[in-house]
Design a protein around this ligand. Structure first.
Ligand code: FAD
Ligand code: NAD
Length: 403
């Protein structure tokens, strides 16, 4: 009998969790497992704010895919260019692949909501290469400010668009990194401006009030400014325009603009013909794409509604990994002719770091701040390494400055 082919696209949290669970549960001869990813490494997207600020090296946030997959998994380093779910063919820059079961786990892209100039003039914490670019761009601004005889202080202004989890975590890293950069590049600290611009009337909209107050006061104590209720409406080479009133706008000059105001799914989803919202597919309860019994979608390309509040679950690594596990189980069930199971996220909490030594969050229903929250965040970071690569990977890449 022909061995079925399981084709997994993307080696982020969702894709790797799927493959690692398939390889654990299926014998080497039960199926052809093929994993396609753009790079030969996986990166911890959840650590990208650190690589972007320069508080972790890009090398530390990534590891070789070959280190965590079994020899019977066929890894193909390639960029997916098109997914034909009707013809069951995936096209990459190096060839085509057919499948019996397809898992789409191609992750997120920054959402610019069509705001003019952002695509061109703002940087986005999107992947390791983008994070390295942000770090180097900021360092370049500091270095050239030092060199210039006519000093343009706006070079030293960093604007962060969005005070969601990504924006706040990046600001937390900047709070620690800016004093280091000032020392390294002979820049007076008071010349640097770090400003977060948020459209909603509060920082971390929807999060616990007390924890938000703590976060804002900690970040402000590190010199970070907030402009709240003032959406960015345009970006140019010089900076950003924000809306400050009904018909009032302000232009803020800045050498660096980092856009962290939300995510969407991978744009390839929009070309599949599967119904989607901002490249996220409202998947069936067992994680299959509606109308396609052989296509699973996990991670940030999948959308699931939390029926208790009638709103989508946020796209997180926590959910992507749980979906990967369930997706593997459901594919195995189908191979055995058994029924699939429904997926329900098991949300253990949410922790937002404020630099390597501080954080806020809720874990197992308890509110945490400061070192306790920071400790918990590192435990969570290490846990994801452990679940995918075991003790070896955790020891190699884990965070052990726990206090
Ligand atoms: P991704 O992790 O984005 O992986 C997608 C993979 O697909 C990548 O390897 C990519 O290279 C590959 N790929 C993309 N396009 C192609 C292509 N065309 N061809 C081939 N390969 C391709 N969530 C939490 O739960 N906790 C946190 O603490 C947390 N912190 C975060 C911090 C930051 C700074 C950011 C940006 C996000 C954070 N998140 C966090 C959210 C979390 O990172 C995402 O929800 C998670 O990465 C989604 O996993 P995924 O597997 O869907 O996609
Ligand atoms: P988000 O959607 O959570 O937050 C984006 C923020 O940008 C919002 O506060 C929004 O009001 C603001 N915004 C939107 N348009 C704007 C505009 N024009 N001008 C100014 N502000 C604007 O997005 P995110 O922070 O990128 O997070 C993406 C996902 O990743 C979320 O699901 C989040 O929970 C997850 N994440 C989790 C963690 C963690 O658990 N520690 C860390 C980072 C990200």
């Amino acid at each position: 009998m022909k061995r079925p082919t399981i084709l997994v696209l993307g080696a982020g949290y969702g894709g790797l969790s799927t493959v690692v669970n398939l390889q654990k549960s299926l014998g080497a001869n039960a199926a052809n497992i093929v994993l396609i990813n753009k790079n030969d490494y996986h990166y911890e997207s959840t650590w990208l704010h650190e690589a972007s600020a320069g508080t972790l090296s890009p090398e530390q946030v990534r590891y070789d895919i070959k280190d965590v997959i079994a020899t019977h998994v066929d890894f193909v380093q390639a960029t997916v260019e098109a997914i034909d779910v009707k013809g069951k063919v995936v096209t990459t820059n190096v060839g085509t692949h057919t499948y019996d079961y397809l898992v789409i786990s191609l992750g997120f892209e920054g959402e610019t909501f069509g705001i003019p100039g952002l695509d061109k003039h703002a940087l986005s914490i999107a992947n390791v290469k983008a994070a390295r670019h942000i770090r180097e761009h900021i360092e370049y601004q500091f270095a050239t400010w030092s060199l210039d005889t006519e000093k343009d202080d706006s070079r030293l202004t960093i604007i962060v668009g969005g005070a969601g989890f990504t924006g706040i975590e990046f600001l937390g890293e900047l709070g620690n990194r800016v004093p280091e950069l000032c020392k390294e590049y002979d820049v007076p600290y008071d010349k640097v401006r770090v400003l977060c611009v948020e459209a909603a009337p509060m920082v971390l909209p929807g999060f616990d009030d007390d924890l938000v107050k703590y976060a804002v006061s900690q970040l402000e104590s590190k010199g970070i400014e907030f402009s709240i209720g003032t959406p960015v409406v345009e970006a140019t080479e010089e900076g950003v325009k924000i809306k400050t009133g009904d018909d009032e706008f302000e232009f803020i000059k800045a050498g660096t603009v980092v856009w962290a105001a939300g995510v969407r799914g991978n744009r390839l989803i929009e070309e599949t013909g599967i119904e989607n919202m901002r490249a996220r597919v409202k998947v069936d309860k067992d994680l299959r794409a509606p109308g396609y019994s052989d296509v699973f979608i996990v991670g940030d390309c999948a959308l699931m509604i939390n029926e208790e509040i009638n709103r989508p679950y946020p796209p997180t690594a926590q959910i992507a990994m749980q979906q990967g596990d369930m997706c593997a189980n459901n594919i195995i069930a189908l191979l055995k002719g058994q029924p699939t199971e429904d997926f329900t996220p098991d949300i253990k909490g949410a922790i937002c770091s404020l630099g390597s030594d501080d954080a806020i969050g809720v874990a197992f229903g308890k509110k945490l701040t400061g070192k306790k929250a920071s400790f918990m965040k590192k435990v969570v970071d290490n846990r994801s390494l452990f679940l995918i690569g075991g003790v070896g990977l955790t020891l190699k890449k884990g965070k052990f400055n726990l206090l």
